[in-house]
Ligand binder design. Structure first.
Ligand code: 5AD
Length: 447
């Protein structure tokens, strides 16, 4: 249905993971298709959507603060519609509407197809002076947003969701409860989308899913899909995130090794280096099995960069078990580690563990600090060892400093170097000249 009257303006602000950023693009696409103008400042908007994350309490408190701040705009513009979408909206639901009466809409991750209709309903309820708050919170076991267009920022890289939801039940994790069961898109639909992206100038895609490598649609497994996409004309780089270690299979590793377009980078969320903790997290692998996966990938893809996610202070984690996680870091030597303090999420199995098992804030913080020191130290050593290399990079955007460009190597390392902003989208070669520990500064090699 086409909108009549003046175009409405919508602003979407997204927090959290790449899947959520991709969902933000989906919402923008849906609204643009209904005639909304997508604006870059909340001050310019008639509809403000805050697309939230629920993975840790900290993520939620930050966003709640932001939502109440946006309410300030409503005082100047009483017609403003404020919506809260995403995982926190799903988790808090109508409680959020009660606590924040200025919020007009809460909508969970399976509701976006009806977003434009929901906004229309709010508008017509307002016209008839009915209560305007609306909640769209049904989880839909089939919704994979097939056939809908994301609205992507222009540029050479794009995220392509191939799977939504999650069938794992890691005991710390809220995702299965707010995003529902695993739903995979048709391979043909994914491939058609990537073809369209290539036609629009994209040469690097990142396939997205909560456990992306457990993707299966009909007879198409994830390794098969990855190979198909890697072989598509115009695609020069393919990445995927986040895989579950249990589904890092020989078939997947073979595709990584054989397909030149698949980048030499694997994100392998270990979560812990203690078998007892892994078991209590319901991760379904042991440390020995994880190390086997690492060995398998390194043997097949010798130059592969491996990153990870680690949680410290899971309820009941002993000091000795935490030390095992430090040992794992030193054994694997991850190129990068995203490190988290355990955060209790209501409704997850770990939240029901006996109260005395929960660690004190100081102890948890001390473990996190020690883990960060170890993982940063290792990353800095690895990166210092890479100084002097010449690597292919894809220029993604202008850097923060005037005259600088930002690029990623195939191994997912960030490099800044001097160059003209008009060159975004080009591939070039740079010598890695220095490192901050985490990122590089380089110089283009033209010869
Ligand atoms: N507390 C802390 N970290 C968590 N993660 C997921 N749930 C929690 C939680 N309750 C981390 C995991 C996951 C990453 C995206 O967030 O490490 O891989």
């Amino acid at each position: 249905m086409l909108q009549t009257g003046p175009a409405k303006r919508a602003y979407v602000e997204t927090y959290g993971c790449q899947m959520n950023l991709s969902d933000g693009e989906l919402m923008e696409g849906l609204l643009a298709a209904r005639g909304y103008e997508i604006v870059r400042n909340p001050e310019d908007a008639d509809v403000v959507l805050v697309n939230t994350c629920a993975i840790r309490e900290h993520a939620e408190t930050r966003v709640l603060g932001r939502v109440s701040q946006l309410n300030g705009l409503k005082r100047e513009n009483p017609g403003l519609v404020i919506g809260v979408t995403g995982c926190m909206a799903q988790r808090l639901g109508t409680t959020l509407l009660e606590q924040a009466p200025y919020v007009d809409l809460v909508m969970g991750p399976d509701g976006y197809r009806s977003l434009p209709d929901a906004l229309e309903r709010i508008a017509s309820r307002r016209a008839s002076r009915a209560g305007t708050q609306l909640a769209v919170l049904e989880l839909d076991a089939t919704e994979n947003y097939q056939g809908l267009e994301q609205r992507r920022a222009e540029g050479p890289v794009a995220w392509v969701p191939v799977q939504r939801g999650c069938d794992h039940r890691c005991t710390f994790c809220i995702v299965p409860y707010v995003r529902g069961p695993e739903k995979n898109r048709d391979a043909a639909d994914v491939i058609a989308e990537v073809e369209g992206l290539v036609a629009g100038g994209v040469s690097e895609v990142t396939l997205l899913g909560q456990t992306v490598n457990s993707y299966r649609s009909g007879d198409t497994t994830f390794p098969m899909l990855l190979r198909r996409i890697a072989r598509m004309p115009g695609i020069r780089r393919v990445r995927f995130t986040s895989p579950h270690p249990s589904d890092v299979t020989p078939e997947l590793v073979e595709v990584m090794a054989e397909e030149p377009a698949v980048c030499e980078h694997l994100h392998l969320p270990a979560q812990s280096g203690s078998d007892r903790t892994l078991k209590r997290m319901l991760r379904r692998y042991t440390v020995a099995e994880l190390l086997q996966k690492v060995a398998l990938v390194r043997e097949a893809v010798p130059d592969v960069a491996i990153s990870t996610d680690i949680i410290v202070a899971f309820p009941g984690e002993t000091d000795a078990e935490f030390r095992e996680t430090l040992d794992l870091m030193r054994t694997v030597r991850f190129d990068e580690a995203y490190t988290y303090k355990y955060s209790m999420r209501d409704g997850t199995p770990a939240a029901r563990l006996p109260a005395e098992e929960f660690l004190g804030a100081d102890e948890a913080q001390a473990r996190l600090a020690e883990l960060i020191a170890v993982s940063r130290g290792i990353a800095a050593e690895i990166n210092a060892g890479e100084v002097g290399r010449v690597e292919e990079v894809l220029i993604e955007r202008p850097g923060r400093k005037e005259g600088q460009l930002l690029a990623h190597t195939r191994r997912n390392k960030v490099v800044s170097f001097e160059g003209d902003a008009g060159r975004v989208g080009e591939y070039t070669r740079v010598e890695l000249c220095s490192t901050s520990g985490a990122t590089f500064h380089g110089v283009e090699v033209t010869a």
